[in-house]
Design a protein around this ligand. Structure first.
Ligand code: PLP
Length: 383
């Protein structure tokens, strides 16, 4: 099988010596936890960055008024890829996606205020809300649970919804009908929606033939006015350490409040991170397609690997992301399954990190070669 980007030929010893938290935090264990990929970065990106460093082009950039060129490219990319036209005037560079979420929470809500999100939830959302003393309102995940979402929102009256779209850790894709319902619910409750779309490029083909991803802000006029979209090239292109993300503020009051801060109050973008995002979004599509092929193969083959090595585990292939949300409660509750896999030499993320529903679950990172995935799941098994 042709493998021009070396995605299928990963060597365990080389991976184990990869700098960074994924492989260095737990020496001696196979790393399948934090959401970094094992794949080599796209050549289009590494070549651009190498050329930049070789030329010493690391001074103040000549970008003109903000946003950065990557912020401007975000507007074109949303339009060409997902048919949504963000307003350039409302685009802000960020250091990371979580910063945008925190800005919205800080500026639009008060300590003690209820904030809704689908649980299990990406744990830094939960941790941020706890640190900021906001009350977490838990919503169930699933297109068949929207009536429950509506009842909870009517009862709890949150001011803000953090929509993780596509959803980490379950890999759930919010289809148009679910998004339209959420938009109507948000309108009725006058909710601000912070839509974290960092995993959008990692959405697999939609079996129904419909769109793979629909930006929440594009769903209706009402959604456009109440949505803060945050995203980055970092997840799909494996650039998490570079620190650049982008925020589009459709919500009038938040936009006014963000603009009221002095220039650079929230920091200024890193020239290398911006260059990497430009390379990713202009020249990275072949690499991304090749990655998606491997991820598609992995999410399917995991069904058989689990049946063979952990027959009690329950798992459905995710519609998006490279994360597998696996119910291993037959092994025990709480963090017991994670601890068992640790003893067997594999580091996965413990389910309870993502909230109460995570008890007995683990999140496994599948962004590796098919051979490494097999090696990881074999090690997790007791055979
Ligand atoms: C849903 C989601 N949002 C945000 C992030 C992190 O993005 P950043 O490092 O830009 O805050 C991740 C990383 O895995 C994620 O899964």
């Amino acid at each position: 099988m042709s493998d021009p980007f070396g995605l299928r030929d990963l060597d365990e010893a080389t991976l184990a010596s990869t700098p960074g938290v994924k492989w260095q935090a737990n020496p001696g264990r196979l790393a399948a936890w934090v959401a970094d990929m094992d794949f080599p970065v796209a050549p289009a990106i590494s070549e651009r960055l190498q050329a930049m460093v070789t030329r010493g082009a690391l001074g103040y950039p000549n970008w003109g008024p903000s946003p950065s060129p990557a912020g401007r490219l975000f507007v074109d990319r949303m339009s060409s890829r997902w048919g949504w036209s963000p307003d350039l005037e409302r685009v802000h560079d960020l250091a990371d996606v979580l910063q945008g979420v925190r800005i919205a929470v800080e500026l639009l809500t008060q300590p003690g205020d209820p904030i809704a999100l689908h649980t299990p939830a990406y744990h830094p959302f939960l941790n941020s809300l706890r640190e900021m003393d906001r009350r977490i309102v838990e919503l169930p995940v699933g297109a068949d649970r929207v009536d429950d979402v509506e009842s909870i929102i009517v009862a709890e009256r949150p001011r803000l919804l953090i929509l993780c779209h596509p959803h980490n850790p379950t890999g759930h894709r919010f289809d148009r009908s679910e998004l339209e319902r959420l938009s109507a619910i948000a309108e009725a409750a006058d909710l601000v929606v912070v839509s974290d779309e960092i995993h959008a490029d990692l959405a697999h083909q939609n079996p129904s033939g419909a769109e793979t991803h629909i930006p929440f802000a594009s769903v209706s006029e009402s959604a456009a006015r109440r949505t803060v979209t945050v995203t980055s090239a970092s997840k799909a292109f494996n650039l998490a350490g570079l620190r650049w993300a982008v925020m589009h503020v459709g919500h009038e009051e938040l936009e006014r409040r963000v603009r009221a801060f002095p220039d650079h109050f929230f920091g200024a973008p890193n020239i290398i991170a911006v260059e990497a995002a430009l390379a990713a979004w202009t020249e990275g599509s072949e690499w991304l397609e090749a990655v998606m092929e491997v991820l598609d193969e992995n999410r399917r083959s995991l069904v058989d690997l689990l049946a063979q090595h952990l027959p009690g585990a329950r798992y459905s292939p995710p519609d998006a992301t490279y994360l597998a949300w696996i119910d291993c409660s037959y092994l025990g509750e709480g963090e017991v399954p994670r601890d068992i896999f640790r003893e067997r030499g594999v580091e996965v993320s413990p389910g309870p990190q993502f909230g109460r529903e995570g008890s007995g679950h683990v999140r496994l990172n599948m962004a590796t070669s098919p051979r490494m995935l097999e090696r990881i799941v074999t090690a997790m098994g007791d055979g």
